[in-house]
Design a binder for this molecule. Sequence first.
Ligand SMILES: [Zn+2]
Length: 513
Amino acid sequence: MLFKTHSAAVFGVDAYLVEVEVDVGPGQSGYFNVVGLPDIAVKESRERVKAALKNCGFDYPGHQSVTVNLAPADIRKEGSAFDLPMALSLLGCQGTFFGKALGDYVFLGELSLDGTVRSVRGALSAAIAARDRRIRNVVVPEANAREAAVVEGIHVFAVKSLPQAADLVNSPESFAPTRVDTQKMLSDAGAYPVDLRDVRGQQSAKRALEIACAGGHNILFIGPPGAGKTMLAKRIPTILPPMSLDEAIETTRIHSVAGVLEDSRGLVGTRPYRSPHHTISDAGLIGGGAVPRPGEVSLGHNGVLFLDELPEFQRNVLEVLRQPLEDGVVSIARAALSVSFPARFMLAAAMNPCPCGFFGDPTRDCHCSPTQIQRYISKISGPLLDRIDIHIEVPAVKYKELREGNAAEPSASVRERVIAARAIQLERFKGERKIYANSQMPPKLLRKHCEISAEGEKLLESAIQKLGLSARAHDRILKVARTIADLDSASAIEPRHLSEAIQYRTLDRTYWA
Ligand SMILES: [Zn+2]
């Protein structure tokens, strides 16, 4: 007796449909084989499926031979989501469904030994794959129902247990599909627990942050421990424009296939903030594994990647950041396959000014030698530094500022200015492919949109010569000046915009000269 249904497997951020065929027939008693490139978790399905069937009071054809084929057979199958379709197909083989066909269903779910259906990775991508193949019904674990139901044009059914899934197949009319209001989900999930108002003082750092967000510029904070660099970075998402539904779905898919989506949310509605520790491996940062899973750069897609204590990261780890910073995507090559994950994020980084942390601090003594400081700073490679437009000093907060009663500006009003500046840029780059913000301008567009007056030219030239700014600083300054002018609603870059932009090259000025 042969029975077929569908499931789905994750590949990159996409899922593809897998046909689950189960054959039960005469042969060796107790034989249960899974073919079609299963990994270890899939092979272990045998034990879970057997136990779940028995513990739920179903018959298991123990005196016969069972063969499961997962097709297409040439792609490696990973994970435990095939448990549920295998168990249901075994029931189908035994006539439980009175000859009903399950060709119009996709099933996903891991079974525990007592028949409870557990959550799986990638339910949203699986639902998209089902819709694309015009399969109408997608049956998922309860914890995954909201994320899958975001996909329109299909029926998503949530099940808690194997018997409930069997009931659903027998009498679908008594089950209601899960419905969600995606716009409401997005607005419900769109609130941040933190606000820029929480940060006392640090006016110039906040200004730099606003400029960074307005032009999509990467930013580096330099300051002693405890000055509030992390607090500032955590609040970057709160002043970036709100996520669109498309962005939210993109980000949710990545979090879902990585297995880090919170069950209750169903949709990632706030811009992600990822802050991996400096001991992270390159695979952890850009993604990896036998069947590759997304790394931190992809989990930060459409949000912020914050690297605290930047010089402490392994050099090879920082080097792998260059591709996503350049292309907004990471490719992971494996012997038989290559996977790409989206990775468009804003990079924020922080560092102490010297190994002890107090270089330049008027209240504390720094005991580091110039050589020690130079060695510390030079751990950050030039090419990485080249991709960070804004460097800003974050000094220790003065006691007076901490005690000040007047409230700081809330994120919401800073965000309004950021949105207005972004609107100008969207208009500016309307005809360009994949360019949305000033930070992304290639040299050709830089020349077109960053013209400066003779006076500005003189200012920039003298800054580069007198302050000893490196040559790499030149283009960065122009891009940042363009953003400052946009925040000012000025169509031309004026000398004052340039002089502010020049200030944001601390590292070129202080250390690299
Ligand atoms: Zn020091």
